[in-house]
Write a protein that binds this ligand. Structure first.
Ligand code: TYD
Length: 138
């Protein structure tokens, strides 16, 4: 992990109920563990190659929170001034990806299952998919 102190404020911690007999439970509530109203979730799984690339965009308005439910991947985030990378490898801890943050994911383990929760429904017009456009936006 690089520059841990810089992204630490965006580290999200779910409520964990660890139960060795029955399995573990992780809980996230809107505006408590996740700092927005959740309107959508999506799951990414079956990423075929460690070097596969996902993301590579920013959002104009939508906030997201991202977790590894299983396996590991590296999240790269960039606010236009500084770049960080974080390895996500457990369900209990995620990262807040606010709007206007360029992000992409790499280095996926074969068994990786990613959960993303978002503050709004899917809107293609909220995406900024070109890095130069992102820099102009911020
Ligand atoms: P995309 O956001 O490009 O994936 P990633 O950022 O993980 O690389 O989405 C891939 C496709 O799925 C794209 O055609 C849009 C569609 N999509 C939806 O229809 N709804 C959604 O909530 C998301 C995230 C994507």
């Amino acid at each position: 992990m690089k520059n841990k102190e810089s992204w630490g404020k965006d580290l999200l911690t779910l409520q964990s109920v660890i139960d060795v007999e029955r399995g573990d439970l992780y809980i996230g509530e809107s505006n408590k563990h996740i700092p927005f109203d959740i309107k959508r979730f999506y799951v990414i799984s079956g990423v075929p190659k460690k070097k596969s690339l996902r993301g590579m965009h920013a959002h104009k308005e939508i906030h997201q929170a991202i977790f590894s439910l299983k396996g590991t991947f590296t999240l790269h985030i960039d606010n236009g001034h500084k770049k960080w990378e974080v390895i996500l490898d457990k369900p209990s801890h995620g990262i807040l990806i606010k709007n206007k943050i360029w992000h992409y994911m790499t280095n996926f383990s074969k068994d990786c299952v990613i959960l993303v929760v978002a503050s709004d429904y899917y809107r293609e017009d909220d995406y900024v998919r070109n890095y130069e456009d992102f820099l102009r936006m911020i």
